[in-house]
Write a protein that binds this ligand. Structure first.
Ligand SMILES: [Zn+2]
Length: 321
């Protein structure tokens, strides 16, 4: 692995010994897609990345074929990548200079109203998942929360409406994360979360992983300084033990992989800046600069390492079987 990161010697040393955890990234949901783009994460010193394998608009057959293709690709590229089923796998990948990868699901349509599907997805490599919609939890929803806890997936409220997320955080027996969500106090956007959601997440022992999409950070603003302001805000509110990173980097076009017949306006509603010209996302190459920026803001090395990945590793240890 190269260590040609353009940062201070101290930051390079801290970055190199940290478990760096990207809680969410997106590759095109096209069966057979290469995952080679994730080499950018590996080169940036990232230890683990959670890759989306399906959202509510993706038919079950597409989700299954995407998972099948990713699993086949990872098996063929074991010299640099590893499909992680446990925290021990993530730690082994780091020791061997490999990037550990697991999958996540956004939404619940792919469960076909059957909580038993959760364990099947776990067996296929999924390690995190979340609901959609903002409604009180139905009996089925409660069953899904219990199934996620029982199957050893990380309970993720990033794509969950306010009321649903508050009920899930009440009910979950394991720590709950927002794998890619930012404080609404710094940027008023429907995808960002309120202070009491941040507080409730921390009470579960969970983590708010800061999203790198420019319109969730500011005015399509992807400066590391801006991202660090979001980190500072959440640390100030609930402490460094409850902050992480989920850059949500999209390799490929937003909505370029929408199934035929679906309309992007349904999934990215107008009036939320999704139509901004040249939507920007903090790229994976920024991870070393994030480490340097945290140190420059006088976070202790322990806190920097916790924010970079230690906190998410703690949640994984509590959740994964
Ligand atoms: Zn998302």
């Amino acid at each position: 692995m190269t260590t040609q990161w353009d940062i201070s010697d101290r930051a390079r040393a801290v970055h190199g010994r940290s478990l760096v955890w990207d809680a969410h990234a997106c590759l095109p949901l096209v069966p057979g897609t290469s995952m080679e783009a994730l080499e950018r994460h590996r080169q940036a010193g990232v230890s683990f990345v959670s890759v989306n394998v399906g959202m509510d608009m993706n038919p079950l057959a597409q989700v299954m074929r995407v998972i099948a293709g990713f699993r086949a690709w990872l098996a063929e590229h074991g010299d640099r990548f590893l499909l992680a089923g446990s925290l021990a796998d993530v730690e082994r990948a780091k020791r061997e200079g490999k990037l550990a990868v697991a999958f996540d699901l956004e939404g619940s349509v792919m469960l076909e109203d059957d909580p038993a599907m959760v364990r099947l997805y776990r067996d296929l490599g999924v390690r995190g998942g979340c609901h959609g919609r903002d409604v009180p939890l139905t009996p089925l929803g409660r069953g899904v929360v219990a199934a996620i806890n029982a199957a050893g997936l990380i309970m993720d409220c990033s794509h969950t409406g306010y009321r649903t997320s508050m009920e899930i955080m009440e009910r979950s027996t394991k720590p709950v994360v927002f794998s890619h969500s930012n404080p609404r106090a710094l940027k008023a956007h429907a995808r960002n979360i309120a202070d009491d959601q941040i507080d409730a997440c921390a009470r579960t022992g969970g983590v708010i992983a800061i999203n790198g999409i420019g319109i969730f950070l500011g005015a399509n603003d992807i400066r590391v300084e801006t991202l660090l302001r979001h980190v500072d805000y959440v640390v100030g509110r609930v402490g460094a033990a409850h902050v992480g990173l989920g850059l949500d980097y999209m390799f490929g076009e937003l909505s370029g992989d929408l199934p035929p017949g679906s309309r992007s306006e349904e999934w990215w509603p107008p009036g939320n800046e999704y139509d901004v010209e040249d939507l920007k996302v903090v790229p994976p190459e920024s991870f070393p600069a994030i480490t340097e920026g945290l140190l420059a803001r006088n976070y202790s090395e322990d806190d920097v390492r916790a924010i970079l990945g230690g906190n998410m590793a703690r949640v994984a240890a509590a959740s994964w079987l």
